[in-house]
Design a protein around this ligand. Structure first.
Ligand code: PBG
Length: 338
């Protein structure tokens, strides 16, 4: 191959040369438009009845269900990694028609909170407020025939949120998708004097197959039908905006879009339209797909984790909820992402 002398190189009369700012790592880092921070990561955590339990979730390799006595080990690991926000999900032993385990003062989440708050004052505890892990039929509310009764469910959701806050939750995050639940929860918390406890609404939550592995993890798959009468149809964009704006009017402090990866258009649009922080939840199916493909040797797990996270922030999320929170924190420490 003939080596061309510098003087002989063809030079076009280009005014714009975007490659200039990509020509070295120093420049690339300097002009980065998206920067991430560990303080905006939230790690979802499953807590289960029993003792001595730390069991891996088959469809979510590397994720575990912990009994209350084992939770501290994981909280220590998180704290060490610099991930100081968790979202708790409860897996009860007992389920019934009305999901009473969700709002029992001795429910699994309530007990986990009481224990964990004592030992981990620097961890910020958010709780998922929903009924589906606690109902025998697996739906996110109480049934009337084969449909979830919206307004009856509101009372139970508000009761659940209050019991979480009374047990020490720093923030509550309702994920049920009933109409009016933000208002119901806000009013109940305020009346009980918890007017400073923020509510993060799973406002823009789609009926998604990406939740499959979570439902295995939490044993919360509906026993009949699906969630399409309350979670949103994924063909819709404007409806997502309506949900976000409605929840803000009802008092939501933070709006969440869920799932993340296939819904970044919603993250982008909503973050431009609203004046509250927007969170993106990279859900169980996203995690499981990365894990499975990496195991097959088909993708570079680390690079994919970074790319997925940055894309959520680039789209406009200020908060990122992810099962890869510990990995991301480590990559940030090592300067491999940021
Ligand atoms: C409870 C809830 C679900 C998820 C978060 N809260 C399951 C569902 O709606 O079916 C999904 C989280 C994930 O997939 O990681 N309603």
């Amino acid at each position: 191959m003939k080596v061309t002398a510098y003087e002989e190189w063809i030079k076009m009369d280009l005014i714009q040369r975007p490659r200039r700012l990509r020509s070295s790592e120093t420049l690339r880092k300097m002009v980065r438009e998206t920067r991430m921070d560990k303080s905006s990561l939230i790690y979802p955590l499953f807590v289960k009845e029993g003792t001595g339990i730390e069991e891996e979730i088959p469809s979510m390799e590397g994720q575990y269900r912990y009994s209350v006595d084992r939770l501290p080990y994981e909280l220590e690991r998180l704290e060490k990694a610099g991930v100081t926000k968790v979202m708790l999900f409860g897996i009860p032993d007992h389920k019934d028609e009305v999901g009473s385990g969700a709002y029992s003062p001795d429910g699994i989440v309530q007990r986990a909170l009481r224990e964990a708050k004592k030992r981990f004052p620097d961890i910020y505890f958010i709780t998922d407020v929903c009924m589906c892990e606690y109902t025998s039929h697996g739906h996110c509310g109480v049934l009337c025939g084969h449909d979830v009764n919206n307004d009856e469910t509101l009372k139970l959701l508000a009761k659940t949120a209050l019991s979480h806050v009374e047990a020490g939750a720093d923030m509550v995050a309702p994920s049920d998708m009933m109409d009016g639940r933000i208002r119901a929860i806000r009013e109940t918390l305020d009346e009980a004097g918890h007017y400073m406890t923020p509510v993060m609404s799973y406002a823009v939550k789609y009926a998604s197959a990406f939740y499959g592995p979570f439902r295995d993890a939490a044993g919360s798959a509906p026993s009949f039908g699906d969630r399409k009468s309350y979670q949103m149809d994924y063909h819709n964009r404007r409806e997502g905006m309506k949900e976000a704006l409605t929840d803000i009017e009802e008092g939501a402090d933070i709006i969440m879009v869920k799932p993340a990866m296939s819904y970044l258009d919603m993250v982008s649009e909503i973050s431009k339209a609203v004046n509250v922080p927007v969170a993106a939840y990279s859900v169980s199916g996203e995690y499981a797909m990365v894990k499975a493909a990496a195991k097959m040797g088909w993708i570079d797990e680390e690079k994919i984790i970074c790319e997925m996270a940055v894309s959520a922030y680039r789209a406009g999320a200020q908060i990122y909820i992810t099962y890869f929170a510990k990995e991301l924190a480590q990559f940030m420490d090592e300067g491999r992402i940021g």
